[in-house]
Design a protein around this ligand. Structure first.
Ligand code: NDP
Ligand code: 8X3
Length: 253
């Protein structure tokens, strides 16, 4: 029987590219997200190559998550790789000007959603044991501060520490955990962050070579298929065109 990857946020960006990558390598894939028509289209595309199961899922809703995991079809129940990818940034403005609801949405999705799915899938991952992996999509924003990152970066710092802490508890089970932390990547991420400002999204990616969703999908597949005794704790991946800036100094006048 083929290995099964369970991917959250598979309707776009990294998640969709990951579904394509795993399916192309003969894995069965469980694809989830909130936009059903996109799941249906991806499912139709992938079904030609590999077994696929799709389910509309809002990761923020723990009841929905538990129910979905419990009702997985028999051939998709034994998960080898969880790609905890669903997430978003909102409100790239200074903290003092943001709508509190945007902060709550990021916490509910990037933190609560990620722990909901992890908790529901831990039993099957532990049952799989050696070779199983959890790939938590963090961000460079979880490591490096920048203006307008506020709760987004903090939520990704949570992903990093949660990943490390999970490793401690899972020692001896064979289940690996990685905090995969990408830098700038061209997906729908900035469109979501700016609430639909296509010009702002285009401007961000213009004239530089950002990571593509497929680059991160390759990395995910690499992590999931390393020999079972290897655990990459954290992998930070930036495009060559991205680096750090000097500290900002405020001056009077
Ligand atoms: P996209 O906006 O292209 O994809 C985000 C995915 O998350 C979509 O499939 C969306 O599906 C899903 N999602 C959002 N909210 C929910 C929810 N409540 N329940 C279920 N699914 C949800 O962005 P990316 O592919 O770039 O982002 C994927 C991950 O990568 C995120 O965690 C992001 O923080 C992280 N990241 C992105 C970087 C970048 O520069 N692009 C860099 C570093 C990290 P739907 O709307 O259908 O529910
Ligand atoms: C997304 C990458 O640099 O916009 O996590 O924070 S960045």
């Amino acid at each position: 029987m083929s290995k099964v990857a369970f991917i959250t946020g598979a309707t776009s960006g990294f998640g969709r590219a990951a579904a394509r990558k795993f399916a192309s390598q003969g894995w069965s894939v469980v694809i989830t997200g909130r936009r059903e028509e996109r799941l249906q289209a991806l499912s139709d595309e992938l079904a030609e190559r590999s077994p696929v199961h799709y389910q509309v899922l809002d990761v923020r809703n723990n009841e929905e998550v538990v129910q979905m995991v419990q009702s997985l079809p028999e051939t998709f129940k034994n998960i080898t790789c969880l790609v905890n990818n669903a997430g978003l940034a909102l409100a790239p403005q200074p903290s003092q000007t943001v709508d509190i609801n945007d902060w709550h949405t990021m916490i509910d999705t990037n933190i609560t959603g990620l722990v909901n799915v992890t908790h529901a899938l831990l039993p099957t991952l532990i049952e799989t044991g050696s070779g199983a992996s959890i790939i938590n999509v963090g961000s460079i924003a979880g490591q490096w501060p920048y203006p307008g990152s506020h709760v987004y970066g903090a939520s990704k710092a949570f992903v990093k520490q949660f990943s490390y802490n999970l490793r401690c508890d899972l020692q001896g089970t064979g289940v690996r955990v990685t905090d995969l932390a990408p830098g700038i990547a061209e997906t729908e991420f900035t469109l979501v962050r700016t609430k639909g400002d296509q010009a702002a999204s285009d401007a961000l990616y213009e004239g530089t070579r950002a990571l593509a969703a497929e680059d991160i999908a390759e990395t995910m597949f690499y992590l999931a298929t390393l020999p079972p005794h290897i655990n990459v704790n954290r992998m930070e991946v930036m495009p060559t065109d991205q680096a750090w800036s000097p500290f900002a100094i405020h001056r009077e006048n």
